[in-house]
Design a protein around this ligand. Structure first.
Ligand code: C2O
Length: 550
């Protein structure tokens, strides 16, 4: 591989959307941020200079960071944030991965405007397991707030209430013609007839799963979270925040019109007033016999029908459809024997309201909180990985994260019990090469919600999933250990469970969390510490000299 250098200047920029101009934090003045491109085996060196008053930290979502945990990026987990006027160089090699990933800020809600694609091509002598597409196009979904997003989440944390929802969804930063003043801000995908395009779809929205469809076209899904899957065809897909999906889009050989609408809208938002809006973009054919379509009339075009907001069975069916390619070249290395079993409840609960505060959370007196096994993770004030590496864990974290819920209960029972959450900075310590199974069970205590759970530093295999309570007697017998999909983010179904397996073969401190930023901020996160192995190649390398200080 080669070394590729990028310079990221974190700067303010005025951007106008929905008739309002707002100052946002950007990389190099771009929104969405710049595309990072590399090949499997390359080294990426990204120098980040912070010119704004907010602290920042960037995460390379889905990159395994083998031995290079210092470059992973979640603030207070692998590094202290980069303060105003400071810089940090993210330096890592991309080993054994190719496909669509992305980068985003990993501190507070800064990722609302700080995100971009991270595209890894196969090595020079390697090819895709499908015919090379005519063209490749990144499609990033996002959310736009007229308000300052830091103020939105900070207010929620103080009052205990749910935060305001966004004012629009976006495709590559553009809301599209269904929103006020936004016809000129419409994403257009220009295509030629009879060709195959690869769409690299990324959900960078803060808090919503999204359905996506292109009118009169189907898509063949070929990759998920930068892992190849057995191809399958659909007219509609669903994608959770943090997930990426590559699809092949065959354009029509003789389209009857130049323009087709693509549309996305949420599956289910948790708290606050539900925002039912749809973003739209255009698929525009370059046809010589039909008039140019640069100014497409939006009124006469039909918006493709998307599943209803609560289409839980559509989502379960879609999620179940993913299978690893599991070929000779791309085997599924599913751990067959499990060294350590974990059972984690994930969901919302409540914290008592602190004295002298007015809280507007559930039950009037309390604050919204979110937790894993009833532990809501408080971020330390110094980086977890530093404390671990320099053996100064005292007072920073404890190693008693519960492997099972402390108080068992019936997750689907009513009325719900055991909603009380305690705060802590607790980790699970795993010896090198531990093979781990985690059953993630949604508690559905304060409303049924899906939780896109994301693991740092490793991919996992999704060996099982189901609705209702996980049954430890019956469900494991049905696990797929042959071709389960390999991912970094999986939706724990609302009122259901998923079982994942991974090999803890990457030393470091690794966050696992819900990729809805509101749940993340409320504490739906925990961390694993994976110990060094014996061989030099199994040890975390020492931190770079410019690692930010708190
Ligand atoms: Cu995409 Cu912890 O992040």
């Amino acid at each position: 591989g080669i070394t590729r250098h990028y310079k990221f200047d974190i700067r303010l920029k005025n951007v106008t959307r929905l008739c309002k101009t707002k100052t946002i934090v950007t990389v190099n003045g771009k929104f969405p941020g710049p595309r990072v491109v590399a090949r499997e085996g390359d080294r990426l060196v990204v120098r980040v200079v912070n010119h704004v008053s907010n602290n920042v930290s960037l995460h390379w979502h889905g990159i395994k960071q083998v031995q290079s945990g210092w470059a992973d990026g979640p603030a207070y987990i692998t590094q202290c944030p980069i303060q105003t006027g400071q810089s940090y160089v993210y330096n890592f090699t991309i080993t054994g991965q190719r496909g669509t990933l992305w980068w985003h800020a990993h501190i507070s809600w800064m990722r609302a405007t700080l995100y971009g694609p991270l595209i890894i091509y196969p090595q020079h002598n390697a090819s895709y397991p499908f015919a090379k597409p005519h063209k490749e196009v990144p499609i990033m979904f996002g959310e736009w707030w007229n308000a300052d997003t830091e103020a939105v989440i900070n207010q929620s944390l103080v009052t205990g209430a749910g935060p305001n929802v966004s004012d629009s969804y976006t495709i590559n930063g553009l809301p599209g013609p269904l929103y006020n003043c936004s016809a000129k801000d419409t994403f257009k995908l220009k295509v030629k007839p009879g060709k195959t395009y690869m769409l690299r779809i990324i959900n960078a929205a803060l808090n919503d799963d999204l359905f996506f469809r292109i009118a009169n076209h189907t898509m063949t899904i070929v990759e998920a979270d930068a892992s190849y899957v057995k191809p399958f065809e659909r007219d509609t897909l669903i994608i959770a925040p943090g997930q990426t999906t590559n699809v092949l889009l065959k354009t029509q050989p003789n389209p009857p019109q130049t323009t087709f609408v693509m549309a996305a809208r949420p599956y289910f938002t948790g708290q606050g007033t539900f925002d039912n809006s749809t973003i739209a973009g255009f698929l525009v054919y370059d046809l010589h016999n039909l008039p140019s379509s640069d100014n497409v009339p939006s009124k006469n075009l039909s918006i493709p029908t998307l599943p209803p907001i609560n289409a839980t069975s559509f989502v379960a069916n879609f999620s179940n459809k993913f299978r690893a390619l599991a070929s000779e070249k791309f085997p599924a290395n599913v751990p067959r024997n499990v060294d350590k079993h974990f059972f984690f409840t994930v969901g919302l609960g409540s914290n008592p309201c602190p004295k002298n505060q007015r809280c507007q959370g559930p039950n009037n007196s309390s604050k919204f909180s979110a937790s894993v096994n009833n532990v809501s993770m408080i971020l330390p004030t110094t980086a977890l990985l530093q404390s671990y590496f320099f053996k100064k864990s005292n007072g920073v974290y404890t190693t008693d994260f519960p492997s099972f819920p402390l108080v068992p209960f019936n997750y689907t029972g009513a009325p719900p019990n055991n909603t009380n959450v305690s705060n802590g900075t607790k980790v699970v310590v795993l010896p090198f090469n531990t093979s781990v199974e985690v059953v993630l069970q949604d508690t559905s205590i304060l409303g049924a919600e899906s939780h896109p759970l994301h693991l740092h530093g490793h991919n996992f295999y999704v060996v099982g999933q189901g609705i209702g309570n996980f049954d430890p007697k019956k469900d494991p017998a049905k696990y797929n250990l042959v071709d389960p999909v390999e991912r970094n983010t999986i939706g724990v179904p609302s009122g259901g469970w998923v079982a994942i397996r991974f090999l803890a073969d990457n030393p470091g401190a690794w966050l696992m969390h819900c990729h809805f930023d509101v749940h993340l901020s409320w504490g739906l996160r925990m961390a694993w510490i994976v110990l060094d192995g014996e061989l030099p190649s199994q040890k975390l390398l020492p931190p770079p000299a410019d690692l930010p200080k708190c």
